[in-house]
Design a protein around this ligand. Structure first.
Ligand code: SAH
Ligand code: SF4
Ligand code: F3S
Length: 481
């Protein structure tokens, strides 16, 4: 049992969502269906894929039964994420029987992990494409049209798709995800991402600022900067000056704090969020930058994984309990009122009951606003799979998870209760899920807020909401200005 509390970044309801857009190139008469699983980076990549194929004249469809090409952008993070994709592929078999010309492609992390093995394991698959090879998609589709199977799983040290303008037609026109980097250079022993996404590389800052500025000009009011470890964002350029006889070499370095500031300065009405922060890399400079700009949201996702130093070492997280607590203290000191969320894994290799208690006591210390909680799932090829036995029985993993979930529910609720009677600045996103008499939007601290629709305000605008009630996951109130 994984428990996911939906937020914009880890929104479980988006799993399997299909993307729809108009073709940009001359319509080629073929229809693409693309659906996505996994993290926000995968959803963001699907927008890049759609943009590349739209240039080739593909039209998108929301119904795979009408499609000429079906792409599934996959996740490998846990066993059950892969199982979900395999089940979905079985459903596509019927469509393939009806339309033998149908091209079925597997993109993303599972494609990278399994490579051409996928073609042997799942006979209906024609194309296997890893996350750094999407520019090659038109050529790969041609190859399949010629009757061959096509694979490109080359990882790159440079590719950031910086010049590709993602198409965002599924969006509400208010929040957008912007990738600032790709890959991951950490080697957390449980994690498959360094193998599926390759080496870490940062995207050129001006292209990020340009994309965010364009989004603001199109009416977007919130950007979430995405990376597996945003705090290690680093761009350096050798700038050559031609002015003097002797060519001056000046190296310009942009770190994450600098980038946050550049994006925050685009416009005070553009909210800036980011994910994910790594406890080993988040600096005071970043925290001061968040504190300095009103439009950088006071919300930090800071995955702890475990509250026990021995387990953190086995996980190769490169921080210990004391270091993590020091970072939380720094957040509380520099950004009072900042919301903090986390990720927790229960039942990692050799975890004792006492060590599990350390995770619970860490939750008591931090009192997280949200948490994403998982049972450890061994992933083939990772350091943990090679070095340690997956020796905690499923029933123990699950009972520890239940304790973690119960504790988090208590703190999530308590955090919401603390907002009663307070005023929140909310960016209106649209009608609430339950009723078109109510709007919903998020507070600076990322809490969902619901309040009655009114004549003087609409989606994309900011309102001040007085919080009058809460449910287990939502603040409810009324607009006061
Ligand atoms: N880059 C982010 C996390 C990316 S994966 C970070 O470093 O925090 C999202 C979350 O999935 C992780 O934080 C971790 O809690 C969970 N996860 C990753 N691999 C896992 C595994 N093998 N089993 C269970 N949970 C895992
Ligand atoms: Fe995985 Fe660790 Fe990289 Fe996060 S930082 S993606 S958990 S290896
Ligand atoms: Fe999954 Fe790949 Fe993201 S493994 S969590 S889709 S980086």
């Amino acid at each position: 049992m994984d428990l996911i509390i939906p937020d914009k970044i880890h929104d479980e309801s988006r799993q399997g969502e299909a993307l729809i857009l108009e073709p940009k190139g001359k319509n080629n008469g073929r229809k693409l269906y693309i659906e996505s699983y996994g993290c926000a980076m995968n959803f963001s990549d699907s927008e890049i894929v759609a943009s590349i194929l739209s240039d080739q004249g593909f039209e998108t469809t929301g119904d795979y039964n009408n499609a000429d090409v079906i792409f599934i952008n996959t996740c490998s993070i846990r066993e059950n994420a892969e199982q979900r994709v395999r089940n979905r592929l079985k459903e596509f078999t019927v469509a393939k029987v009806k339309n033998p010309g149908l091209v079925v492609g597997v993109l993303g992390c599972m494609a990278e992990r399994l490579k051409s093995k996928f073609l042997e394991e799942e006979k209906l698959v024609d194309v296997v494409v890893g996350p750094d090879a999407y520019r090659d998609l038109p050529g790969l589709i041609d190859k399949v049209d010629d009757g061959q199977k096509a694979v490109n799983v080359l990882l790159s040290r440079e590719e950031t798709y910086a010049d590709i303008n993602p198409v965002r037609l599924n969006s509400n026109g208010i929040n957008a995800f912007v990738s600032i980097m790709r890959g991951c250079d950490n080697m957390c022993s449980f994690c498959v991402v360094p193998f599926t996404r390759g080496r870490e590389r940062s995207r050129e800052p001006q292209s990020i600022v340009k994309e965010c500025t364009d989004l603001f000009n199109q009416g977007y009011r919130e950007v979430t900067l995405l990376g597996q470890n945003v705090d290690s964002y680093k761009w350096s350029s050798e700038v050559g000056s031609q002015e003097s006889e002797v060519r001056n070499q000046k190296s310009e370095v942009v770190n994450f704090a600098n980038l946050l500031e550049m994006v925050a300065l685009i416009h005070p009405d553009l909210r800036v969020r980011f994910s994910t922060s790594h406890p080993k890399d988040i600096t005071d400079e970043v925290l001061y930058t968040i504190a300095k700009y009103e439009n950088i949201c006071n919300y930090i996702h800071l995955p702890v994984q475990s509250g026990n130093s021995r387990i953190l070492e086995l996980m190769n997280r490169t921080y210990d309990r004391e270091w993590y607590i020091n970072r939380v203290d720094a957040i509380r000191r520099i950004i009072p009122g900042c919301a903090i969320s986390t990720d927790v894994i229960t039942g990692f290799c050799t975890e004792t009951d006492e060590e599990h208690q350390d995770t619970l006591s860490m939750m008591d210390y931090v009192q997280y606003d949200f948490a994403y909680m998982f049972m450890y799932s061994e992933r083939p090829g990772t350091l943990a799979a090679k070095r340690y036995a997956d020796d905690i029985p499923g029933a123990v993993k699950s009972s520890r998870l239940k304790e973690v979930v119960a504790k988090q529910q208590q703190y999530s609720y308590q955090r919401l209760q603390q907002q009663l009677g307070k005023v929140q600045k909310v960016l209106i996103e649209g009608f609430s899920k339950k009723s078109d008499k109510d709007y919903c939007g998020r507070s600076d601290q990322n809490a969902m807020v619901v309040f009655p629709v009114g004549e003087n305000y609409k989606p994309g605008q900011y309102v001040n909401v007085l919080v009058e009630r809460t449910t287990t996951a939502t603040l409810i109130g009324r607009v006061i200005s």
